[in-house]
Design a protein around this ligand. Structure first.
Ligand code: PMP
Length: 405
């Protein structure tokens, strides 16, 4: 049973008032709130078990190491990865995406080669590729999208040449909410023998992910967007790629032996985890994922789908409000504009009513350029949101939209 009112009690922050109103938190695409179990895991780690991992033979270090490695297995099972040693802990999806861009280009990108991304990428999956393409004199090519916010798959097919070396694409757009047809896109890339990475920052918290079924080569996400703390993220990569690729950073833990002249690198996943990692964050991420598994990702998906449809219908009926992005399949986020109003003003006035939304470019400036707008207002859902909250939001937004006419 997915009982949202009971579930809300697990999230202490939700019961507070903001600006003398009950908090309505619709900024989940930026970051999610944390259940008590995750908060407890962090507090308990620092009050009972804290010790650096992998390097100690004493009891606390072993407990800490066990918690860290158990979290790796939890992530493995959450995204259905074939092996736990393919799970690399990073500080977030941005680091995961940069890691792959840096080391893949170092190993395989040559002058004149091509990399494909979409035109709706978050800056985190665009700028790293701009950097490495410039460095290696390679070309970055873009999959266009149409006015509804849907990627043009025919155009994508036509972007491939014998020079194409890599594809990196967002699963769910944080701005448009579009769920991209990544299974099709993965199959097309593989048809050209090209590896493909998926930015799962906005998908993994909304519906079940099975990397084996998808058959992508890399999948990345952030902990803080999936009810875990900040500063922890995941990169999953196929063993065959992780074995072939050089390390990202040098330091402790990523080595087997070191002499002054030469280092033998450690096995996976440690080869990619230089230095003291965020082991407390990793443990708390494991706790968050177990929390979601107990609720059931399918249940979360259907609850949020209901919110998405309900909010879309209600927003469409508000005069002077226009939704940006009308893909047939959407998850998580709805961007909108209000005639005559700057998105920042909408956000500020809603905040006075206790409603948290995000406004601006959402780190997707090329999307803003496509629609010719300086920014949008964006409401985004989490598993604890309700239809009542949407009703309150719609009531407030209707008044505000009127005010600006
Ligand atoms: N990709 C997408 C699709 C995102 O929505 C975000 C966060 N807004 C990121 C990447 C970057 O996430 P982080 O800041 O957690 O690294």
């Amino acid at each position: 049973m997915f009982d949202v009112e009971t579930i809300r009690k697990d999230f202490p922050i939700l019961s507070q008032k903001v600006n003398n109103h009950n908090l309505v938190y619709f900024d989940n695409a930026a970051t999610t709130q944390k259940p008590q179990a995750v908060i407890d895991a962090i507090v308990e780690s620092y009050t009972k078990t804290n010790s650096n991992i992998h390097r100690g033979i004493h009891t606390l270090s072993q407990i800490s190491t066990n918690l860290y490695e158990a979290a790796r297995k939890t992530v493995q099972s959450f995204i259905h990865a074939p092996h736990d040693y393919e799970i690399i802990f990073t500080k977030g999806v941005t680091e995961s995406l940069n890691l792959v861009a840096q080391i893949f280009s170092e190993a395989f990108l040559e002058e004149g080669d091509e990399v494909i991304v979409s035109a709706m990428e978050h800056h985190s999956n665009l700028v790293p590729w701009q950097i490495v393409c410039e460095r290696h004199k390679a070309h970055l090519k873009f999959i266009p999208f149409n006015h509804d916010g849907v990627l043009d798959i025919e155009a994508y097919k036509n972007l491939f040449t014998e020079k194409t070396k890599f594809v990196s694409v967002v699963h769910v757009s944080n701005t448009l909410g579009t769920v991209n047809p990544i299974k099709t896109m993965i199959d097309i890339a593989h048809g050209h023998n090209v590896p493909i990475m998926i930015d799962g920052a906005q998908s993994v918290q909304h519906f079940p992910i099975d990397v084996q079924e998808l058959d992508c080569d890399f999948f990345a996400f952030s902990g803080h967007k999936i009810y875990a703390p900040t500063g922890i993220g995941v990169l999953w990569g196929k063993e065959k790629w992780l074995e072939k690729l050089p390390p990202y950073q040098g330091g402790g833990d990523m080595i087997k032996t070191v002499t002054l002249e030469k280092t033998i690198y450690n096995d996976l996943p440690f080869k990619f985890e230089a230095g003291t990692t965020n082991y407390v964050g990793a443990h708390a991420l494991g706790v968050a994922l177990n929390y979601l598994t107990n609720l059931g990702m399918e249940n979360i998906h259907s609850h949020e789908k209901d919110l998405m449809l309900y909010a879309t219908e209600k927003l469409s009926q508000i005069p002077y409000v226009t939704i940006i992005g009308n893909a047939p399949e959407k998850a998580g986020a709805i961007s909108f504009e209000v005639d005559g109003a700057h998105s920042a003003d909408i956000g500020m006035i809603l905040d006075k009513q206790g409603i948290a939304i995000r406004t601006g470019t959402h780190c997707t400036e090329p999307i803003m350029q496509y629609y010719g707008v300086p920014g949008t207002a964006r409401m985004s859902f989490g598993l604890y949101n309700t239809r009542d909250e949407i009703d309150y939001f719609v009531k407030m937004l209707s008044k505000i939209a009127m005010m600006f006419q």
